[in-house]
Design a protein around this ligand. Sequence first.
Ligand code: F6P
Length: 341
Amino acid sequence: MRIGILTSGGDCPGLNAVIRAVVHRATMHYGDEVIGLRDGWRGLIDGEHRKLDLHAVNGIIGRGGTILGSSRVRPELLRDGVRHVLDVAADLGLDAVVPVGGEGTLKAAWLLSEAGLPLVGVPKTIDNDISGTDVTFGFDTAVQVAVEALDRLASTADSHQRVIVVEVMGRHTGWIALHAGMATGADAVVVPERPFDVERLTRWVNRRFAAGKRFAVVVAAEGAKPRPGTMPFETGGRDEYGHERFAGVARQLAVELEGRLGKECRPVILGHVQRGGTPTAHDRVLATRFGRHAVDAVHGGRFGEMTALRGTRIRLLPLARAVERLKTVPRSRYEEAECVL
Ligand code: F6P
């Protein structure tokens, strides 16, 4: 078989481990040929690709980013994009495509699969918001990076008796904020799933000061918003793909809390540091398992499906189900956390 692999959307630690696993399983077990498509779906639009053999993927398992490059190009948003991708895949002689990506990529994959492209998806995102899989690779690494930063920030906040508001990634869901906040004993966590009330947040932090704390750390997912009308709040509009842009919840919240608490507040935005660099062992293992199972699924003719972690096992599930809705943080998880407003 001739299999094409692409990585699309925001990058994520573990992408190279999937690429490596696909190449190893396909070439060594099935005798397939694997080609890497450049920069996500763009590679299937422009036909730009390279051959991937064992040498090409040597030593990449622990490397951050993606050796194939990525982009947010969405074929279904381009004029004749879907038809064009089918033509390019046929010209390249592809028997199957393995797109590795998040929400947007998997939606495009589902549409292309419905249009007749044989593909098996692999979910990835540091945000951990894909339905149908217990966890996505990249999430563990992102949480680890955030935890390291939060531990460091807590020590400087303590020295200066400050409140530090730390913005972590997560535009639609608060998984990173919740896990990093819980793992570091943060004083408060605000997430996109629950608009926060700044009055309540102020009381919450003040109670901690009254109980003897001298500093506070508030973790805010970048997509968190105040309840309408509770504080002035600037939003950032949308980008060309319809994704929300953010005007900085940490910055705006720090200004508001400083006025209300009468304490020095500092905003810190962790940003892309959460997405870059070497994946944790957990993410390398999950990515490797996904890659291997994706190739097996191709050989089993399981097109239109994606790999997913369910409990300890890797399963396949229809892309249509995975893209129905995002996996948000359930109420029971907020309740356990006790620091989520
Ligand atoms: O979806 C992953 C993610 O890292 C989000 O958490 C974040 O909002 C977004 O990508 C940032 O995208 P970009 O790299 O295009 O700014």
